[in-house]
Design a protein around this ligand. Sequence first.
Ligand SMILES: [Zn+2]
Length: 741
Amino acid sequence: MSDSRRRPILAVVGVLLLLAAGTFAVRRGATKAPRPSARPNVLLVTIDTLRADRLGCYGYARAATPTLDALAARGVRFATAIAHVPLTAPSHASMLTGRTPLGHGVRDNGGFVLPEEVRSIALDFQASGYRTGAFVSGFPLNRRFGLDRGFENYDDHLPRGSDPRRTAYVERTADRTTEAALRWLAVSEKDPAPRPWFAWVHYFDPHAPYEAPGAFGKHFASSPYDGEIAFVDEQLGRLLAAAEAKGAPGSTVVLVTADHGESLGEHGEDTHGIFVYDATLRVPWIMAGPGIEAGRVAATVARGIDVAPTLLDYAGLAPGQPMEGRSLRRAAAGETLDDAPAYAESLHAQLQYGWAPLHALRTDRFKLIDAPRAELYDLKSDGAEMADRAREEEGRVATLRAELQRIMATTTPVAAKAIDAETAERLGALGYLGGGVTGAAPVLTGKDPKDGIRLATRLGRNGMSVARTDPATAIRELTALLAEDPGMFVALRTRAVAHQTAGHHAAAIVDLRALEKRGALTAEDSVVLGDNLRLAGRTAEAVAVLERTAKRNPKFAQPWLSLAALRVKENRLEDAAAAYEKVLAVTPDHAEALRGLGDLALMMGEVEEAAKRYARVVETDPADAGALSKLGVTRMRVGRVEEGIALFTKAVEREPKNAEALLYLAGALASNGRPAEAVPYFERALSAGERSTMILNGLGLTRLSLGDQRGARAAFQESLAIDPRQPEVTKALADLRAGLR
Ligand SMILES: [Zn+2]
């Protein structure tokens, strides 16, 4: 009521919208088999790392996937759907462009940018007047890899996270991604001239490590991968309810699929990326909405490249560029289409370890994997691909291989200019650019991935999380691995991070320079190199590396963020601010840059300016504990204590192990007459993060104010053990001893 009083125009618009929805509903009600007259909304949901056979509707007895099962019941489920590549960025590029990696040129995560000349369906939807929004949850889909084209709103905001095992900014959990999508859908509803929308929502949770939140983690303690899926299913329920609530019921075409599956130990592979077995290529494909009949199971094999033409078809749009895939609308309506074989590949082992590439052709019945030792499987009798028939059926191998080679030779390859500078260097080092990316390119050891999977698994198990938490073990294991297969230079990358964690910056620099020499230094590696140079005190070199990286990767935030950190250390605050502004020019709501500018403003005493920056972060992600706490600091600075404490409390609720937020809350309570409440937060801050003198001294003083002299003494003693040069603490301790005696 108060809203409509204050904003009469919006209220009128709201009434008009309601009226429009009403007439639409009446018209639909009058028709027997409703066909949407207006264009439908289109929702593409991709769930990362989701095996089809872990869903209830695909026959998994232990599944807790009521949302997906209900979607399948009111729509169509494709019994078999195949991804073209078991890697996030290339597989999503296939779904959005209707082309295999041969046709769109994105061959691995991290090093490839979708070429300008390859068109995403987001552009087709946009050109037809659709509102377009994407909400992604994993680093491989960062905007700098080019999948953002055509999306008016490309939300790749990933929280920093506070888990020391994980790289910062790599993942957003499904609840937060859902909230971001819901905010966008809500704005869409207020649009004075309503447009249909195309939204792509990507969930990352089932990706390793499998750690489902809260009750899901507990309930699925023995099968944590299933717990992640159950959590996503619940969040998908919220998303679908909101999407369906807009406009008339059933006016949204929904397609849920995945970029790849997960091996879960099959064929010796823990996760995904190396092999092209169905464990990682078979994904769900569930579709519902206007014009889609309920309860059908389609027999035609669906492929990743069929996503784009199918969605455009339901929206009544023609693709703006030829595609390799085909619309499956007729298949969804009950026809069985001719089998269209799926090309599949993984060049990951080749690009990362110097092994042989894998190319495969999968018909509805057979799969040929073209490796140094080719494999053939009869999927009808051997879905798990355990019995290789390549020796028994040489004729079939030859036929399938000829077809595979024909596809590889005739698919229009993407020009080399599509590849960014560092990838070009990397591919050049592997002999790629001369011969074209055809799989005939020379490789370092050419090892058959079957023979190397044991090494890849060892590398995976001593990966970044170990490097960050147990660097000594990681360094030992990675050094042994490199001795066994010197071609796995990707181990150098991980070992560099382990060296950095251990404080051996010179050793980290040596490993990174070795990677650079082999043409394998990625943009991310360059940032690690820059950071280690800075930490080793080699500032000028650090600046040169970071500036070069920023120049070569204009949409990559990290080099600018590192440069900003470096400038702050040098007390060149203006330069630091300029670096943060560079990030905002590409990503206006970039949390870390906004936070950095907030911190700079605080340093310069501009409290309200700082508050504005932090508030902007919270607006984009209301769960950002770091920004909530900093906003709390600005409130404390201007004497609004209760507001400050409320913000700190919220931050701690959101991230119960955020040491900084816990410390702020403890400090605010202790210094505002609530010491008894403060103590447990100090204690939690100690167990959540590093045991710092700041926390220990705060705890000691607070215990002292409560009369707990023994407790205070213990805290001060530990503080002095960390840093003996604290005269005030030494004195406090001496007074305490005197008093206790
Ligand atoms: Zn993925």
